[in-house]
Design a protein around this ligand. Sequence first.
Ligand SMILES: Cc1cc2nc3c(=O)[nH]c(=O)nc-3n(C[C@H](O)[C@H](O)[C@H](O)COP(=O)(O)OP(=O)(O)OC[C@H]3O[C@@H](n4cnc5c(N)ncnc54)[C@H](O)[C@@H]3O)c2cc1C
Length: 474
Amino acid sequence: MLDKASLKKIRRIMGKEAMLNTPADVALYGYDATPALDGVAPEAVVFPQRAEQVQSLVQLANQENFAVVPRGAGTGLTGGARPIHGGVVLSTQAMNQILRLDTDNFQVVVQPGVVTGDLQTRVAREGLFYPTDPQSLAVCTIGGNLAENAGGPRAVKYGVTRQQVLALQVVLPQGQLVRMGARTLKTVSGYDLVSLLVGSEGTLGVITEATLRLLPAPACRSTLLMVFDRVDQAAAAVAKTFRAGVWPSAIEFMDRHCIRCIEEHEPAGLPIDAAAVLIVEVDGSRPEVTSAAERVQQVMSEMGARSVQVAQSEAEAEQLWRARRSLSPAVAKIAPLKINEDIVVPLSTLPGVIDAIHALAARQKIKCVCFGHVGDGNLHVNFLADPSSQEEVARAEHAARELFALTVSVGGSITGEHGVGTTKLAYLGMEHAPEALAAMAAIKLALDPRGIMNPGKVLPDELLAKERGSGPAH
Ligand SMILES: Cc1cc2nc3c(=O)[nH]c(=O)nc-3n(C[C@H](O)[C@H](O)[C@H](O)COP(=O)(O)OP(=O)(O)OC[C@H]3O[C@@H](n4cnc5c(N)ncnc54)[C@H](O)[C@@H]3O)c2cc1C
């Protein structure tokens, strides 16, 4: 619990206007976008503008033993920005500057609070391209993307956030302000701290600046909608597309429940009688795109697509992508409780896995809505339940456990992009051996011996306490 003296010290570091601590002001910061998690209000929320303020706050947290929870836009889907052990939420909202756009070296230096979509728009003005496109890009931040190693439809061709990062400035959990990585396309000097920090969900430090790689913007894009009467045909068409020598910039899957949700929520003209649709995007030079789009149409028809439509204008393509982006909120509308998982599996296993998911949902008598970035094997599986029925919620949770067992059995991972946060803590042991978890705990304890940096996320408190050989830090 922060006392008056600590709050005074925090206010001195941040400045009067950059700290909130009344219950009404901080309540909102107890939530993120994870469905059905109760709010846990922090004791204070701060809005630093400079890395040195972050550093001073983290040093104070070590001296006075309070938690620091970094927060971008709060769109995370696994509870990562919720201050479950109290303390201070550190919002990056006021660190939102694009510091340097280096067009000669195809690089941009940004503060963590820059909104992903704003960065894309800014670099596009120079004919450049920042490819990572989480479907929350209108609001989520680069800091949140780095901390979650966010992906999106285009990850299939351009990789996830990690692939775009050259260097970081980070305040480590004991308050050291360090630079890691280099302004070069490659480096092998020392351990790869950038890779350790990316995807660490705010538990190994606060990212205060990032140098990101840019690409020349593709000259041309084509977006196609494939309609299938059978889910297995749509799933099998994914690997077949790659085998035909085409590497699309996106392949998105939506099952029939998704199509209906979208059409009820914000009609986009999708066929409500279809079993599944794929949205495929190809990009490159005009001749490349023309030939790839033709090849995709041919493969999809061979694989049994009932119809193949090519968007005839940017506006038509945008309508398809808007429909895809509206999916998460549309599903949330029809289900008061949505257990939202984001497994990732090897491509060749997709048809069998999708089949098995529907079978396990039917066994548990749970409604299941499936969509995702199938081009890289990433499936968002949503089990819908009525929260007023404990028995139904238990069946949905059972279905989630079965889903993870299935995923791991085919060599997949329990989360492709949303991270562990708090909601997947109980399942980590299904994917990682005890020795691997102990190695992760050793890293956390070495960097954050007092356990002040976003405690309770990624690794269970009990595991850290066991490895520390003492009781929990908080
Ligand atoms: C409608 C919708 C669609 C989505 N689609 C996708 C998608 O396609 N792909 C995808 O990957 N995700 C998706 N997400 C999830 C979410 O948007 C991403 O995880 C995103 O990266 C979170 O960014 P944020 O700024 O909101 O971070 P927050 O939610 O605020 O924080 C997320 C985590 O990052 C940590 N963090 C934030 N900033 C920093 C920092 N500067 N330093 C250290 N740690 C930090 C926090 O402590 C927390 O653990 C979606 C979410 C929604 C609601």
